[in-house]
Design a protein around this ligand. Structure first.
Ligand code: ADE
Length: 232
């Protein structure tokens, strides 16, 4: 899977994409992440990417042309036959879900994110590119950059080989997010690790006894019984 991210702050992505699972997935060439500075696709000496909105109103709007040039350059430098999706992170977009992450991981070879800030982007970019506006949740962020990072994280862990087999098996607990309630399973059960008795500010917090019993059948039953509980 290849991710191309068009942004005015490419450095924002460096530290997050250079750690842990994403770093390893890149090293293993399971994913390829490239960031592109939108200002490189401007033609004026101030490298202007935004302008005032027609019709008046507060804030600035990202202009269409730099973004369209940037996408053109990305497409030109990409494999011809890539199954490609273009995403515009936006608070008014379609809600991003686990099901969508799963579909994207299976259906595309390349996802291009067009990240804007302030009041968003000239609507015609979406029309020209037939891009999809996607929201990561019902709140308004200051930028599309964080949203793109969230989507890259959710899709990357579904790329075969990105996470360990054990973690993938745990994945069945999350199937309800993909399949809906019909899967009959709920949230993942709670996890505990050492110490067995946690002492904190004069109080003791114990690991549930069943998990120390070594009785795998009982442990499995206990975990199942906890699956439906919503986290507090
Ligand atoms: N940009 C601003 N708010 C956003 C949101 N909730 N999701 C995606 N992109 C956004």
């Amino acid at each position: 899977m290849r991710f191309d991210i068009i942004t005015i702050f490419p450095e924002i992505f460096d530290s997050y994409f250079d750690e842990s699972i994403i770093k390893r997935a890149r090293e293993k060439k399971l994913i390829d992440i490239r960031t592109h500075n939108l200002r490189d696709f401007t033609k004026d000496k101030h490298k202007k990417v935004d302008d005032k909105p027609y019709g008046g109103g507060a804030g600035m709007v990202f202009m269409a042309e730099p973004m369209l040039r940037a996408v053109g350059a990305v497409e030109k430098a990409s494999p011809k036959k890539a199954r490609r999706k273009i995403v515009v992170p936006s608070a008014k977009g379609k809600q991003f879900t686990q099901r969508m992450a799963s579909l994207w991981a299976k259906s595309y070879d390349q996802i291009i994110f067009l990240n804007s800030r302030y009041e968003g982007m000239d609507e015609r970019v979406r029309a020209v590119l037939r891009a999809q506006e996607v929201s990561i949740g019902p709140y308004v962020l200051m930028d599309g950059d964080v949203a793109a990072m969230v989507m890259v994280s959710a899709v990357t862990r579904l790329v075969p080989g990105a996470i360990t087999l054990e973690s993938l098996q745990e994945e069945s607990h999350w199937n309800y997010l993909v399949e809906g309630e019909t899967s009959g399973r709920g949230l993942e059960y709670p996890h505990y690790t050492r110490p067995e008795v946690l002492e904190w500010k004069g109080k003791k917090y114990r690991v549930p006894k069943v998990l120390l019993s070594g009785d795998h059948k009982k442990i499995e039953e206990w975990r199942k019984s906890k699956e439906k509980e919503v986290a507090p």
